[in-house]
Design a binder for this molecule. Structure first.
Ligand code: HEC
Ligand code: HEC
Ligand code: HEC
Ligand code: HEC
Length: 338
């Protein structure tokens, strides 16, 4: 199960009636009960917040409800207020509990990608008591600290699969009604390196210069991104019920992702058996309507391969794909130097 669906079923249990009566069962990306908001992160990560504030992810909070294009989509969907209960909340906003109710408090924010903060915000920054520093922390404490932070829901940059999975859950736009009835764009030409190394980049904590990801990391991002593209397009097709824009564009995307991965398998000279494994898993399901069980099983096979791939490699063996990596002028948006 994906994180969204897993969370949704627990939300349904907690909120029961209220959610069930909403016109479209609403899928929030993260649990509003555990969201602290970007200001809480900014107490320590001031420069990350500064960079983020300039991105589309932050600005959508104010801009989306005002745009004509949004109003047009909302009207077709029968939504009166975009920031009230609507399908838009799951991808354009971060919600938290205010006065007992779940309300949007920001655009796509720190916690949309790193996980809801309540459980890990103290844990991940505590080096072992009040007077402890990074320098005095014992190695055992450090290992335990990160294990505890991850157990509490933190998604760290080292967990590239989980971090990148967030992007695809939103950017694939897996919502048939929104696309077919609302006329929302059916996803875009998302590619992980180009889309993470422009305006989204905030490598400003461990170093100050907001450097681009190093070459091995770019290779890993690129390859994990291609596997996620296949996984999430299969998941997308699995939800298709009508032969219309949504189904057609998702199926095309999945077919293209398969071709691209086959090409990548050649370029890497078979150095990653997990890529073949993903392709084999994907070949098990026909890209057709009302084929949910087989397509979800195929997506889960691809996911398993992608997670294994992320764990087993560091990028150094994949110089073969360097030609395929996007050049800096392809990076999406302007890099912010804090
Ligand atoms: C009290 C200060 C403080 C707050 C508040 C805080 N952080 Fe951190 N954060 C730290 C420190 C300190 C580190 C570095 C730990 C180290 O070097 O081992 C860190 C590291 C990180 C990292 C890098 C982790 C890694 O694997 O290297 C991420 C991501 C992160 N924080 C996200 C967040 C998010 C998201 C929030 C808000 C929900 C947040 N932080 C709030 C102090 C804080
Ligand atoms: C499943 C995720 C998802 C949902 C739900 C969603 N969007 Fe989007 N939307 C996106 C993504 C991702 C983009 C950026 C497209 C891209 O990749 O360039 C976007 C872009 C847009 C844009 C164009 C950019 C802009 O801000 O002007 C508009 C308008 C928009 N969405 C309106 C809406 C409205 C209105 C709703 C609710 C009815 C909604 N969206 C629900 C994912 C979603
Ligand atoms: C769109 C998803 C996304 C959002 C939003 C986001 N991050 Fe990140 N964050 C990432 C990714 C991806 C990386 C790893 C980037 C890389 O390796 O090039 C990262 C890396 C980091 C790091 C390590 C930076 C370093 O110097 O190596 C910290 C700390 C961090 N994020 C904190 C935050 C905080 C605080 C916010 C909110 C202001 C935030 N992030 C918002 C995706 C996101
Ligand atoms: C919670 C949903 C969500 C997540 C997670 C998410 N995005 Fe987005 N992203 C959006 C939406 C919605 C927009 C459009 C915002 C707008 O302009 O209204 C967007 C816009 C962007 C843009 C600007 C596009 C443009 O038109 O210039 C970039 C770049 C981007 N995202 C990259 C990423 C990357 C990389 C990740 C993962 C590390 C990521 N996003 C994770 C929802 C998300």
């Amino acid at each position: 199960m994906t994180r969204i669906t897993r969370f949704c079923s627990s939300l349904l249990v907690i909120m029961g009636f209220a959610v069930m009566t909403a016109a479209n069962a609403q899928e929030l990306h993260i649990d509003p009960q555990k969201v602290t908001g970007p200001d809480a992160c900014g107490e320590c990560h001031e420069s990350s917040v500064k960079a983020w504030k300039e991105s589309h992810h932050a600005k959508t909070f104010h801009e989306l409800p005002r745009s004509d294009e949004s109003r047009e989509i909302a009207k077709k969907m029968g939504i009166k207020r975009i920031k009230a209960e609507s399908d838009c909340l799951s991808c354009h906003f971060t919600s938290a509990i205010k006065e007992g109710k779940s309300k949007p408090i920001a655009g796509i924010s720190c916690e949309s990608c790193h996980g809801a903060g309540e459980g890990y915000i103290k844990v991940h920054s505590d080096f072992g008591g009040k007077d402890a520093t990074k320098e005095t922390e014992t190695p055992e404490h450090r290992v335990q600290r990160w294990a505890d932070a991850e157990a509490a829901g933190m998604i760290r940059p080292s967990n590239l699969y989980a971090l990148a999975e967030n992007c695809y859950q939103c950017h694939m736009v897996p919502n048939e009604e929104l696309v077919n009835k609302g006329g929302h764009a059916a996803g875009s030409k998302f590619e992980l390196v180009a889309w993470s190394q422009g305006e989204v980049r905030h490598n400003v904590w461990y170093t100050k210069e907001n450097d681009v990801a190093d070459i091995n990391r770019q290779r890993m991002m690129f390859l994990i991104g291609q596997m996620l593209e296949l996984e999430y397009s299969l998941r997308g097709v699995s939800k298709a019920t009508a032969k219309a824009t949504y189904a057609v564009s998702m199926a095309k995307r999945a077919a293209r992702a398969k071709k691209r991965l086959a090409k990548i398998d050649e370029l890497t000279g078979g150095a990653a058996p997990e890529i073949k494994q993903a392709l084999e898993a994907a070949s098990g399901a026909k890209l057709s309507l009302n084929n949910e069980a087989a397509l979800v099983a195929a997506a889960e096979g691809v996911q398993e391969a992608a997670i294994a791939f992320a764990a087993n490699h560091d990028g150094s063996a994949f110089a073969g794909i360097d030609k395929a990596l996007p050049a800096p002028e392809k990076y999406k948006g302007k890099v912010i130097q804090p």
